[in-house]
Design a protein around this ligand. Sequence first.
Ligand code: ZN
Length: 486
Amino acid sequence: MVVEKKIKAKFPITEEERKLISLVDDYEEEIIDLLQNLVKIDSLNMSEFQFYDISKIFEFTKKYMEKEGFTAKLYKVPFLSKKEDEFYYNLIVSHKGNSLGKTLQFNGHLDIVPYSPDKWNPDTPPLGGVIKDEKLYGRGAFDMKAGVACQMIAMKLLKNSGVKFSGKIQMWFTPDEETHGAYGSAFMTKNHFDVVNTDATIISEPSIIKPLSSPSIGIGEKGPHWVKLAFHGVAGHGSWPKEKSNAINKAVRFIAKAEKKLKIKKCKAPISKIQYVKMLLSRVSFSDYRKIRSFTGEKVPLDKDKRNLGNLHKTTFSFNEIKAGIKTNVIPDRCELNVDFRTMPGLTTQELFDSIVKYCSKLKYRIELPEGYINLQHSNQKFKQEPVDITLTIITIGVGSSINPHSEFGKVLKNSFETIYQVKPIFTFNTGFSDAGNMREAGIKDIFVIGPGGRNAHNANEYAEISTLNDITKLYLLIAFRYLKS
Ligand SMILES: [Zn+2]
């Protein structure tokens, strides 16, 4: 058990605020009920290239918020196929305060990643929303329908409580965060920038660092750079090995030396190692800090990797998909390797590609990049005469980004956090993607990620922890009130 050090909030809560947030206690059942309803609606995101109709969940949330008196608008986004009945939605729900002022935006994605029902416990199926031992099970319950439900209730309570506030409260529901937002955050920032460009945004993605029980505050994320490397070789009879031109051998050479020889520019991390350790130690004792560091979730005997916090401070890569070969006695002439690079803020795509090209030169491989990028090998006559060994194509690209947590809104968030949780906030920089990436890239400011707890995101038996829902709803409500109050 990790014990968190309690503090006294610097900004004491006012009577009006206390009354406002205590409303949440009467709505505990409704938060759970709403979350169950959201989990029961299938909103599968297969891939950005395969259409899956998830309009039902958008119609449900629209109807729910309209019933509460919010203005709601659906934005239709045509799918790749351009077929009339294949499209995605973004939903914007809003309510204006008593006078002009700033706009605060809540944001959450409604899509879920695929699931294999046979891997789930039969009594807690992926679309069941079953509650067991204070946990609400379902695909997407934790990532991130729980956060969405809490923000919806906070919106509703702010509006219906009758408290006075200025400006506008708005919530944006996105359809495809799990595949990097082509139809959601990227589409809206490109085509309806004025609608989503608000003064401050809270994304309610889960943000509890286990085994801590109160959330961290995300201020930035790495950029996903997913690329496909096609290695070209020469086919032949398996009884006469081609050590150098077997396409699998070429890919293996690339993989084996990358750890040591693929050098990528170092960029300053938004949160240094020392800052991070200091923040953790401000909340827990040294022995508990060690527990957090070594915490790797459920133990799997085969897993020899420790949680490497160093990954938060550098660009990383992982070789995650490989395809080659047609028959045991045929030498493959093609091998496809998909690589997941996660880049630090400050590293451009061109800089990453320069590193890959330099590494290929060391291996004496000629590489071709997609159009529009400078290829350092092109200035080298020697390589120009060689046949192409590798063709690089882009699967998806997003740049790393982060914000300054000490902005005006950041301060409101911090003091509200201390009021609700009575612990010091921990700001985090995350390795994974969220819609914040596309939004920051488009120039939207002050985007923070903070949300409820649970386990097994993208895994079987995913669940949201019911005990975390109440406080986070209070936090959203208090932040909205303090930020928008007249
Ligand atoms: Zn998510």
